[in-house]
Design a protein around this ligand. Structure first.
Ligand SMILES: [Zn+2]
Length: 497
């Protein structure tokens, strides 16, 4: 008998909080690329007699993220010791939160194929990161190594762990959720959310629910180093678990390691098997007491959230889902676009320009939108000129290039691009058209005698005119002026070609 299954996924996302210093000491957090064990002190090395001192900024960032996800902030929360022995943990325990996390019960929306789905957030808690082991084997793995080195620069880095409800029902939804969390923490300035450098890490829990009501056991997957790796691991694990259940077997409850090269998961050995962490309250740290004024202050600093912007761009401006998603991805880009529209430019034209030209410039330069040499108002002015027919699209692109390369304002950039601020007069345009027709008598003659049914010859001549006037008139103006001039030529008393 074939059975149908539903996939049930919950994710634990660790984000590195964007603080200057570590969670319990004043060592700097900028450890990437630094000499191993150069960013350490007696506290983060766990030397006897040292005491932790909580970084208040990390608490603020954690609360900010939690508020944005609609969580309730626990007015009293506390730290616990999570005990396990592993060389990357100098104290042999990690300071984390257990039964009283910083925040609980929130949610965020994700969008799948135009459909909105709400994903529950179980909790957000603070914890310190462990150090990093570097294994001596040629492939950098633990198996087959003759020695391992440890670097404690990362030990004590502040993390927020965001635990979702098991509301995700496919690898695709899991991907959208991780991208939504990353977008959110970047919007809030809570974390750089960079998976490549390890600022955002994901562990996944996955199980199968059979339509006959039976449940397969839950499997935890670790070593998911990219969104793509996570998606592949979840796809692989879905098939593996369904095969076992279809064959009448039972899925073992365990932690499995994703092998990105092999494209499969395997059971882990090591610290993850030690389930008894003997949690107990951290005696060296007082409870975190959060007062209402602090919550209000942090709430006021939260910008409009990415999903709200996305919906507004669609509802108010009529952008399609692809554009609204792309344009709400980064706060700097979304705010730049809002500035362009606020300057009076048409929202559709603005969206198009920001998504293509501005995004290209940002990609080329690595700048943020608010670091560009021109303001959103300046681009707005330029785009208004297109709408009014003063500038063609082509000429406006030349002007933007001057604004960006030379840091010029609109007027100076129009000058530099050789664009007449007043646009081309009708008389000038007519003169140019007559000149082009005279220089191309064969094409003009064929058009006049009705031997250009596809209109190709006409397009060709219009192109020559556009080049001559450097795109300073909208193409429809060129077309109607050319029709007028040629209409006069057809009349018996008109000038001949
Ligand atoms: Zn330290």
């Amino acid at each position: 008998m074939t059975r149908a299954f539903e996939t049930v996924i919950g994710l634990e996302v660790h984000v590195q909080l964007a603080t200057e210093t570590k969670l319990f000491c004043s060592c700097p957090t900028s450890y990437i690329g630094k000499e191993p064990n150069s960013m350490v002190c007696p506290v983060c090395l766990g030397l006897p007699g040292t005491l932790p001192s909580l970084n208040g900024r990390a608490v603020e960032l954690g609360i900010t993220a939690a508020l944005a996800m609609g969580c309730s902030i626990n007015r009293n929360s506390r730290f616990h010791r999570k005990n396990y022995f592993y060389p990357d943990l100098p104290k042999a325990f990690q300071i984390s939160q257990y039964d009283l996390p910083l925040a609980v019960c929130g949610s965020i929306p994700i969008f799948i194929g135009g459909r909105k789905k709400i994903i529950g957030i179980t909790r957000l808690h603070l914890e310190e990161d462990a150090g990093k082991l570097v294994h001596g084997s040629s492939d950098g793995r633990l198996s087959g190594t003759s020695f391992s080195l440890v670097d404690y620069n990362r030990a004590g880095i502040p993390l927020a762990e965001i635990v979702s409800e098991p509301d995700l029902s496919s690898p695709e939804e899991a991907r959208e959720y991780v991208l939504a969390i990353r977008r959110l923490v970047r919007y809030l300035g809570v974390s750089d959310g960079d998976m490549e450098s390890g600022s955002l890490r994901v562990d996944a829990n996955i199980s199968q629910k059979c339509t006959d009501g039976r449940w397969g056991n839950r499997v935890e997957i670790k070593n998911l180093n990219s969104v793509r790796a996570m998606e592949r691991a979840l796809e692989h694990e879905t098939v593996r678990q369904r095969d076992i259940l279809s064959g009448g077997g039972a899925v073992k409850q365990e932690t499995r390691h994703w092998d990105d090269v092999a494209g499969s998961t395997r059971p882990t050995r090591g610290k993850e098997e030690a389930h008894d962490y003997r949690y107990f309250p951290e005696p060296d740290l007082p409870a975190i007491v959060v007062c209402d004024p602090m919550v209000r202050r942090l709430e006021e600093g939260i910008p409009e959230l990415p999903w709200a912007k996305r919906e507004r761009f669609e509802m108010e401006w009529g952008l399609d889902p692809m554009d609204s998603t792309a344009l709400s991805e980064r706060l700097d880009v979304a705010e730049f676009l809002e500035g362009v529209v606020a300057a009076g430019a048409d929202s559709g034209i603005s969206a198009n320009w920001v998504r293509t030209d501005i995004m290209r410039i940002l990609k080329e330069t690595g700048l943020k939108a608010d670091e560009l040499p021109f303001t959103p108002e300046a681009l707005g002015d330029l785009l208004v000129k297109i709408s009014k027919g003063v500038l063609s699209n082509t000429a406006a692109k030349d002007v933007l290039e001057q604004m960006y390369r030379k840091g010029l304002d609109v007027a100076a950039a129009m000058n530099a691009a050789g664009v007449d601020p007043g646009g081309i007069s009708e008389g000038t345009l007519e003169g140019v058209i007559r000149k082009v027709l005279e220089a191309n008598p064969v094409e003009a003659g064929l058009i006049l005698s009705g031997e250009d049914p596809s209109g190709k010859k006409k397009k060709f001549l219009q192109g020559l005119v556009m080049r001559e006037i450097r795109g300073q008139s909208p193409v429809q103006d060129v077309a109607s002026m050319m029709d007028k001039v040629m209409g006069e030529m057809k009349k018996p008393n008109g000038s001949s070609v």
